[in-house]
Design a protein around this ligand. Sequence first.
Ligand SMILES: [Zn+2]
Ligand SMILES: [Zn+2]
Length: 69
Amino acid sequence: MTATNCLDTSASDAEDVCRVCGCTDLNGCPGGCSWIVRAGAESLCTACIDHATEEELDAFDAEQEEDDD
Ligand SMILES: [Zn+2]
Ligand SMILES: [Zn+2]
């Protein structure tokens, strides 16, 4: 038997987790943050924007522009 020792059957392995600070949808940064990149364990939140690559920032900017009021 090679089953992994996974007790939590409800856990999703696709949960977004900030790769820098480790925050999640349910457990965000103090003061709040949103996702620059949603990529599972490689996600990045706005609190860690200094760690974003130029590519990621470009994509994030484009997304923000769509979101005007
Ligand atoms: Zn973060
Ligand atoms: Zn965060």
